[in-house]
Design a protein around this ligand. Structure first.
Ligand SMILES: NC(=O)c1ccc[n+]([C@@H]2O[C@H](COP(=O)([O-])OP(=O)(O)OC[C@H]3O[C@@H](n4cnc5c(N)ncnc54)[C@H](O)[C@@H]3O)[C@@H](O)[C@H]2O)c1
Length: 423
């Protein structure tokens, strides 16, 4: 890690996050880790305060998971991005990089390539949630002047990648002599980008990118999934018979293809790690980091693997069966509302008549006389219900406080409240 930067890593540590991947920087004085959720504005604000730049990596990123359970995608990717943008705007962050994906462009026709202004045509809840987050970023630049930039990268691979993604799953399965699950006919084309090239691209964008722009970041190689699986089997010395075709993903995009001329022309970025070298290093990494792999593939991952691969036929049928609705539709689709700030009946008593009560209700101090009368009337209307609720509360003990000296509307209200309560 460069001495020029201090990095605060803010991560919820979902099953895709793993602190063991960061052992090499954990004791670096320029590095701090905070475990929290980007949907929590208080935690985000406390963490972002004092930072100059935000690089927004956090996401629910697995397409299959998004098909089985879309709600966390929308919550983290759309709402979480909104929270980050709001706080970044409040704190006058100097640069905000929002990481997006080639998947927002959807299925590309053979021979076509998505440029930065191609229409977003997402196919899965994951890519839709990322496209939504991209759209949320745009007004923060144009309307609020937040210095944000969007990057859209192609399929990443490299060390420490959570083995639910195609490439680490395929390598890990091959090394374990387990079947390599290939969706459908395996003819889906993907553009492969080594994670170090991706990070170099993000740095180029942060340092030299134009505010408000989108930059595609893609690798040099486009390979069909089946061809990639065969290549990995050869590279690991395992038999081709390990290839196992499984049910295709509903709505599976056949082809992603990026046009990356803009980042090459404007920022001088291009990928430096060839697919051959990158795959060799990644396989070596998998051979050496067996402890890391064993740990991430225990527990939740095991359940996940059974659901998505071993029992794929039946679990997919459950979500694609015609006319079937998600079982807990509302619970899934609507995030639980945050607890609203309510004033309990006890608060009303203390507010109006407590020992330290202001001479007038706080809210009334800033509003005009007429509005104040309305406020008192409406508070007055609430007195019987508030008293009923108070009496039901086993912890409530009625104590006469002080007398209501002045004849102001607030004191009259307090006096009425006390009188009714004392009956
Ligand atoms: N992996 C790829 O091929 C690829 C390609 C293009 C773009 N991207 C984008 O790059 C980013 C990182 O992708 P990845 O493959 O490393 O994803 P990942 O799923 O492997 O990791 C996502 C990280 O975000 C964290 N996270 C999830 N929800 C969070 C929340 N609510 N609050 C805080 N942290 C949370 C997780 O704990 C995890 O550490 C994502 O925005 C993704 O859309 C990835």
């Amino acid at each position: 890690m460069s001495q020029d930067y201090s990095v605060v890593n803010f991560d919820k540590l979902t099953c895709a996050g793993n602190l063991a991947s960061l052992d090499s920087v954990a004791s670096n004085p320029h590095y701090t880790f905070i475990k929290s959720d980007i949907c929590d504005p208080v935690a985000v604000e406390m963490t972002m305060a004092g930072c100059q730049t935000v690089v927004h990596f956090a996401a629910e990123s697995h397409v299959d998971r998004s098909i089985y359970d879309p709600a966390p995608m929308i919550e983290t990717n759309a709402t979480g991005t909104f929270v980050l943008l709001q706080i970044a705007r409040k704190l006058n962050i100097e640069k905000f990089a929002h990481l997006s994906t080639d998947e927002v462009y959807g299925d590309m026709e053979p021979g076509t390539f998505a440029g930065e202004y191609s229409l977003p045509q997402p196919s899965s809840p994951y890519s839709a949630s990322k496209a939504s987050s991209d759209l949320i970023v745009r007004p923060y630049v144009r309307t609020f002047g937040l210095p944000a930039i969007i990057t859209r990268a192609s399929n990443n691979y490299g060390p420490f990648q959570f083995p639910e993604k195609f490439l680490p799953l395929t390598i890990a399965s091959a090394l374990d002599d387990k079947p390599l699950p290939i969706y459908g006919d395996g003819k889906q084309e993907r553009n492969w980008l080594h994670v170090q090239d991706h990070c170099r691209g993000i740095f180029a964008v942060l340092e030299r990118g134009r505010i408000g722009e989108v930059y595609n970041i893609g690798g040099a190689d486009v390979v069909e999934n089946l061809t990639m699986a065969r290549r990995l089997l050869r590279a690991t010395g395992k038999p081709q018979s390990l290839i196992s075709h499984v049910a295709d993903r509903p709505g599976h995009d056949r082809r992603y293809a990026l046009n990356c001329e803009k980042i090459q022309r404007e920022l001088g970025w291009k990928p430096t790690i060839s697919l051959d070298d990158g795959l060799r290093q990644t396989i070596e990494w998998h051979r050496s980091y067996t402890k890391w792999l064993t740990e991430v593939r225990g527990g939740h991952y095991r359940t996940y693997y059974q659901k998505y691969y071993e029992n794929r036929g039946s679990s997919l049928h459950a979500i694609t069966e015609s006319g079937r609705k998600p079982t807990s539709y509302l619970a899934q689709a609507i995030p639980q509302p945050r607890k609203a700030t309510t004033y309990s009946p006890r608060t009303i008593v203390l507010f109006l008549c407590g020992k330290n009560a202001p001479r007038k209700p706080q809210a009334a101090r800033t509003i005009r006389h007429r509005q104040r009368r309305l406020l008192h009337r409406s508070l007055g209307d609430q007195i019987p219900a508030a008293i009923t609720r108070l009496r039901r509360n086993p912890r409530f003990v009625f104590q006469q406080r002080r007398s209501h000296e002045s004849g102001s509307p607030a004191c009259q209200l307090g006096a009425r409240f006390h009188a009714e309560l004392a009956q």
